[in-house]
Write a protein that binds this ligand. Structure first.
Ligand SMILES: NC(=O)c1ccc[n+]([C@@H]2O[C@H](COP(=O)([O-])OP(=O)(O)OC[C@H]3O[C@@H](n4cnc5c(N)ncnc54)[C@H](O)[C@@H]3O)[C@@H](O)[C@H]2O)c1
Length: 442
């Protein structure tokens, strides 16, 4: 065998040895809700980790050991930074020194509901500038099936290096659930699929050093589709729960009691709950990555479109509940003071991306209501023309004409709220067990 033919095997063997011995220098591109916890896990596992982010505000905070992600306490981050295991930079030339790179950049939708691939493209371009043999690159951003092979691979292959031999490329869906006390990056099984079998094996080996369970799959497309199945499953089932809630409302049936009773069935049923609408960076967005892609193949993703429609109606439904409840109390919505409890998209976290509370606040304001909010995780709300400061529930509740529980943070004192409020619309069943004429349930 010639030297040239031997070189690729040597590249793989060298990277494998670096990963096994934890001497591999790990890079994480995008230090947000996904990237920062991942960087911390690999630093904790003994790797030297470099986070790369375009936001120097974030890299400065990481380098100061000051966490801005709820799931990463500063007292976990700080010792890793101080011991030199973890550092952050906005300079992509750091790629020159790296052996592995996980890409965790945003994948939002454009206004037209088409995928916005610009973050993946610009991160890949920067990586390509400093690309070198022996790198393992793993895309973690949620995206449509085909992205890794059709978009990222050609950008990296321009180097002239051969995938599966000179470098390794995988997709591994990020499944983190911010605020979940039981499942975090380290113990959520990690699915990984590579462009070639050697890429998959390298990805598997890499994650196995820091995470508890790794699930290899046969291709990048399978790994990409896994994430979209999971989130589409969730979005459609929430859509069904919301539709059942609309039906129950019309028939005067308590939907929460129905779901709780149905959930006693020990097989064949899994409870999903209605609410004020979908929120977050994943569930309202990811299924549209799938429907966009399948449209190109001539398949209409009808379940997704339908669930998207029903879920999108929920803030309007909550608005009508508020309006009717006020009317029953002989108060018009216009001029009434409506106080929102919780604006984060789900309980016990600070993320307001796509939060239905924002839709509701805007709808209420358009109808002439005076709006305010409480949220222990979100001190200010400045977006879409809103410029509000959080108020304490104890001060805001007594003066409000109607209180709407949009996000059921555990820190809220529901007992006091029920005492102080004159009217409460509860979109989350946070007041389960409370009996009062003041309470209007979804
Ligand atoms: N947040 C979640 O709960 C969650 C869960 C599973 C999957 N995901 C997916 O993971 C990906 C990242 O999500 P997130 O919530 O961590 O987003 P985020 O916005 O919290 O973090 C992304 C980070 O990437 C940085 N960034 C943007 N462009 C960059 C570039 N070109 N180079 C380097 N850094 C760049 C941003 O400054 C930001 O710090 C998305 O695809 C998302 O869908 C998120």
């Amino acid at each position: 065998m010639s030297q040239v033919q031997m070189a690729p095997a040597a590249t793989a063997a060298m990277l494998e040895e670096k990963i096994r011995s934890r001497r591999a220098r790990v890079g994480i591109v995008g230090l947000g809700y996904v990237g920062l916890p991942l960087a911390v896990e690999f630093a904790r596992a003994g790797f030297s980790v470099t986070g790369i982010d375009v936001s120097s505000a974030k890299t400065d905070r990481v380098n100061a050991g000051d966490s801005y992600v709820g799931d990463v306490p500063s007292d976990v981050l700080k010792p890793l930074v101080e011991s030199g295991k973890l550092r952050a930079t906005a300079d992509f030339s750091a790629v020159l020194e790296l052996d592995t790179i996980n890409v965790c950049v945003p994948t939002p939708l454009r206004k037209t509901k088409d995928p916005d691939m610009s973050y993946i493209v610009s991160a890949s371009q920067e990586i390509a500038r400093y690309f070198h043999a022996g790198l393992l690159v793993i895309l973690e951003s949620t995206t449509y099936p085909g992205t890794t092979d059709e978009l990222v691979l050609p950008m990296l292959s321009k180097s002239g290096l051969e995938v599966g031999q000179d470098f390794f490329l995988c997709f591994s869906p990020e499944r983190v659930d911010p605020g979940n006390p039981k499942f975090q990056t380290v113990n959520i099984p990690k699915v990984v699929g590579g462009v070639t079998p050697m890429c998959t094996e390298m990805g598997r080996l890499f994650y196995a050093q820091a995470l508890e369970h790794v699930v290899p799959v046969s291709s990048t497309q399978v790994a990409e589709m896994v994430k979209l199945l999971e989130n589409t499953f969730r979005m459609i089932n929430i859509g069904l729960a919301n539709e059942i809630a609309l039906m129950c409302d019309r028939m005067g049936i308590n939907v929460w009691e129905v779901i709780d009773a149905a959930a006693t069935k020990p097989f064949g049923f899994m409870p999903f709950y209605p609410g004020p609408g979908l929120g977050g960076h994943c569930i309202p967005i990811d299924p549209f990555y799938l429907s966009w892609k399948t449209k190109q193949a001539g398949i209409e993703a009808r379940f997704i479109e339908l669930a998207g429609y029903i879920n999108g109606q929920m803030p309007h439904f909550v608005l009508s509940k508020v309006q009717n409840a006020l009317n029953d109390a002989a108060k018009p919505l216009k001029g009434s003071r409506v106080h929102i409890m919780g604006v984060a998209y789900k309980r016990n976290i600070d993320d307001v991306r796509e939060s239905p509370a924002l839709d509701l606040l805007l709808l209420l304001r358009q109808r002439g209501a005076e709006v305010s909010y409480s949220d222990p995780f979100v001190p200010v709300l400045q977006m879409d023309g809103l410029d509000l400061r959080a108020e304490s529930p104890a001060e805001a509740a007594p003066g409000a004409d109607c209180i709407v529980i949009v996000t059921d943070h555990a820190a809220f004192d529901y007992q006091s709220l029920v005492k102080q409020a004159s009217l409460i619309v509860d979109t989350r069943n946070a007041l389960k067990g409370f009996q009062s004429d003041k309470i209007v349930r979804l």
